[in-house]
Write a protein that binds this ligand. Sequence first.
Ligand SMILES: Nc1ncnc2c1ncn2[C@@H]1O[C@H](COP(=O)(O)OP(=O)(O)OP(=O)(O)O)[C@@H](O)[C@H]1O
Length: 268
Amino acid sequence: MAINASTMNGTQVVLRTEDLNIYYGNFLAVQNIWLDIPKNQVTAFIGPSGCGKSTLLRCYNRLNDLIETFRAEGKVFFGDHNLYAPHIDPVEVRRRIGMVFQRPYPFPKSIKENIAFGVRINGYKGNMDELVERSLRQAALWDEVKDKLNQSGLSLSGGQQQRLCIARAIAVQPEVILMDEPCSALDPISTLRVEEMIHELKEQYTIVIVTHNMQQAARVADKTAFFNVKTSEKGGRTGYLVEYAPTELIFNNPQQEDTKAYISGRFG
Ligand SMILES: Nc1ncnc2c1ncn2[C@@H]1O[C@H](COP(=O)(O)OP(=O)(O)OP(=O)(O)O)[C@@H](O)[C@H]1O
C-alpha cells in the first residue's frame, strides 16, 4: 500500500473522507463527512458529546469493523487507497494508522516487552534495544524508565502508562497516530507532557486527536474540525461537520453561528 497523497493548499493530504455516512444498524451516527487530514500536522476533532468524533476517528484505522452493527457508506482514503476496498487488510491499516485510547492500557508485561511485543509480531529484525530506547525517548519517557525496563508497565503512574502506550504505538512506525481523548484520565502535569510530546511527534507523524478540552485543541492543533448533532429525519441524533479550519480561525473568527456558540461555552 504505497502512499501517493494529494495536496491541500500545498500540504499533502494523508487521510480523506468523501461523503462518509456511518451507521450502527439502522442508526445514522455520522452524516456526509468531507474532510482532508494534512500530513505532519495535528488535527483536532471537537464538538458536543455524541456528535460522532470517536466514531469518525475509528473509521480511519478500521477499528469500527470490530463492531458488528457498524456500516460505512462513502469513501475513506489513505493516500490513494480506499481503506474500505475489499483487498485492503485491516491489520496492515492498523499498523500504519496507530491509535492511543482514552485510558492507558499497558499489557501486563514489562515496560520493554510492552514495546517489543507488537514490533516482533510485525516481523521486526533490527536491534530491539535500540528500538525500545528510541520509542521511549520519542514518548518522553526514557529518562524515567531506563533503569527499570524489566518492571511491569502496570507499575507506572497513569501519565507514564499513557506515554508508554504512545511509545508502543510509535514503535511499529505508523504514519498516522489517532488519539481518542488521550489526556482525559491524566492530571494537568501529565497532560502538559503529552501535549509537548504531540508537538514534537508531528515532525514525523500525522496526528488526529479527539478532545473535549477546547484549550487543548487550541494548544496542540494546527487545524480543528467542529462537529455538532442534529435530529435526523428518522428521529435519531446524527453528527455532522459544521466547520473545519486552521485552529486560530475556529477559536478567533469562526464562520458558523454554532461554532461561535460552542467555543464560547453556550452549549455542549
Ligand atoms: N458501538 C456502538 N453501537 C451503537 N451506537 C454507537 C456505538 N458507538 C457509538 N454509538 C453512537 O454513535 C453516536 C456517536 O458516538 P461517538 O462516541 O462517536 O460520539 P463522540 O462525539 O465521540 O461522543 P463523546 O464526546 O461523548 O465521546 C452516539 O449516538 C453513540 O451513542
